[in-house]
Write a protein that binds this ligand. Structure first.
Ligand code: ZN
Length: 279
């Protein structure tokens, strides 16, 4: 079973990434034992496998109208992330295409989202609330539309907040309330906490989480032992470290397995699902 996706019912996962962070609502085991990582578990939620037609809805939020320059800056950065993802996916002889839509320009969706701080208490129902404000009483209707009308096998939402903060992702587990959480998404802030502008690598990192990727650096969940292994084997993997020079980063073979780009499983992959004990 995908321990990431089933390990923790009662806790909001939080992990510090060098430049961004991830808060994921997760669930405790479905009680079947072991750390097996079945295909089924990778295929929960609206972002299933990092290939094929993928619908991306970008939603600009806030209380003030966005300047066109800020909108353009964000799209430039996210497009850099999409181009990188396409390139990395192609290295595994797969293709991914992104069909894009957006809401909230220049008048944003009025929703005051607090800065992600790494507290672990970030809101996990942002996607649900944003979709409701847009007019979807059922976010699942949007998922259905993306499949049936747009021909997409994956979809997710990028919620953009024009303030400093640590980005995070919200992944789905089938123990979760489907109506609220099936549609997966990320919250990204236009600036890091130190005021420096958001880099494409953070967007790509969070998107990879939606498709099942694990953090490879030590944090509240991942062990130092695993990080040391990752540093030797996959020193440039985007789940291990980040860089504003995204082209120095890769989706290495293990993360490729996590996100469904390859079935070529190495024996140590599941070691990365043996997390620190959750309390
Ligand atoms: Zn992460």
């Amino acid at each position: 079973m995908n321990v990431l996706k089933k390990h923790c019912l009662k806790y909001i996962f939080f992990c510090v990434f060098i430049l961004s962070c991830t808060v994921s609502a997760q669930e405790v085991s479905k009680t079947s034992g072991g750390n097996d990582f079945a295909d089924d578990d990778r295929k929960q939620g609206s972002a299933i496998s990092l290939e094929g037609n993928t619908y991306v809805l970008t939603v600009f939020t806030g209380n003030n109208q966005w300047e066109q320059k800020s909108i353009d800056n964000f799209f430039n950065t996210s497009n850099e992330a999409f181009a990188w993802l396409k390139r990395e996916v192609s290295r595994y002889n797969k293709t991914i295409t992104f069909t894009k839509g957006s809401y909230g320009t220049p008048d944003p969706i009025e929703y005051d989202i607090a800065s992600g701080t790494g507290s672990g208490r970030e809101s996990i129902d942002v996607v649900y609330n944003v979709m409701k404000k847009i007019g979807y009483s059922r976010p699942l209707d949007f998922v259905q539309w993306s499949k049936e009308t747009m021909g997409c096998s994956n979809c997710f939402v990028i919620v953009v907040v024009d303030k400093p903060g640590r980005s995070y992702s919200m992944t789905y587990n089938n123990k979760y309330e489907k109506e609220k959480f099936f549609l997966e998404g990320v919250v990204v802030y236009t600036r890091y906490e130190d005021g420096s502008p958001l880099c494409a690598a953070s967007i790509a990192h969070e998107i990879c989480h939606l498709f099942g990727a694990e953090d490879l650096y030590e944090n509240f969940k991942q062990t130092k032992e695993n990080e040391l292994v990752a540093r030797k084997l996959y020193p440039n993997d985007i789940m291990l470290r980040t860089s504003c020079m995204i082209n120095k980063l890769t989706i290495d073979e293990m993360t490729a397995w996590f996100v469904g780009l390859t079935d070529d499983e190495k024996e140590w992959y599941k070691d990365f699902l043996r997390f620190k004990e959750q309390k």
